[in-house]
Design a protein. Structure first.
Length: 273
């Protein structure tokens, strides 16, 4: 993937995911994580190479078929594109605009047609009481969770999450990732999440892909990702491993090492407890 200014965001990259698989993407800033998710979401076209998403090459489809493909892909953004004056309930229901007929989409903008469905999605993220608030009344972390609730309501086959918990405290970050992984597992959906917090990625995802300089540095089960491998990945940032904010150093290090020592059981305990 080469941008218009000539910058090569991704190069020599080969990646495959099985239906229902859950993958965490980690790497230093500018490594290409967001570009990769935008390619997978059919928001950007690869400069060279082959891309297949949900058994289709997005860029060989007609405009109508491409629109239908995108409706099967849910994206949770780091900064959700939510209009300031929009109500939370409307923002959540927008998750299904791509699947509803036009008349239902227009009607729901005028009056929310599935308040119960929106409330159920928000309740999973402890935001049920904010359902009729305007988006400009919410904090950055609350807006991120509204964006996640919209993806939950969409019930997409492919879930893409680009730093979806960067504005959340450690407890809410773990809760939100837990909700995403549980929803994907329950429906057999594929989940690919770019995460800043390495410990969260190791604790909650069975497979971790490290990206550096637009290339895949490693692609391993979380249990086989050790600190030496991560230090090499983050060498450009002094080898400092980003973790959940406000976690005491000892606890953070213990969580980071636990998956490599304890495998699946330890990872499940760390993420789901």
């Amino acid at each position: 993937m080469t941008h218009a200014d000539g910058f090569v965001a991704l190069r020599g990259l080969t990646l495959a995911a099985q239906p229902g698989e859950q993958i965490a993407i980690v790497g230093p800033s500018g490594a290409g994580k967001t570009s990769l998710l935008r390619l997978l979401g059919a928001a950007m076209r690869p400069t060279t190479g082959q891309l297949d998403v949900l058994d289709a090459d997005p860029w060989s489809l007609s405009t109508a078929d491409l629109r239908r493909l995108r409706a099967r892909i849910g994206v949770a953004h780091q900064a959700p594109p939510l209009p300031a004056r929009q109500r939370v309930v409307t923002a959540v229901l927008a998750g299904r605009l791509g699947r509803w007929p036009w008349w239902k989409s227009v009607a729901s903008l005028a009056y929310p047609l599935d308040i119960a469905g929106a409330a159920a999605a928000l309740a999973q993220l402890d935001l049920g009481e904010r359902i009729f608030d305007r988006c400009d009344r919410l904090s950055g972390g609350q807006l991120q969770r509204v964006g996640v609730a919209r993806v939950l309501y969409q019930q997409a086959q492919l879930l893409l999450a680009d730093e979806p918990v960067s504005a959340l405290d450690p407890a809410l970050a773990q809760q939100t990732v837990r909700v995403l992984t549980a929803d994907a597992a329950a429906r057999g959906a594929t989940l690919v999440a770019s995460l800043h917090a390495v410990d969260l990625a190791l604790a909650c995802f069975p497979r971790v892909v490290g990206i550096r300089d637009g290339r895949i540095a490693f692609d391993r089960p979380a249990a086989k990702v050790d600190r030496a491998l991560l230090r090499r990945l983050y060498a450009s940032e002094g080898g400092q491993l980003p973790g959940l904010a406000e976690v005491p150093p000892a606890a953070s290090a213990q969580r980071l090492l636990r998956p490599a020592v304890g495998g699946e059981a330890a990872r499940a305990d760390s993420c789901w407890r």
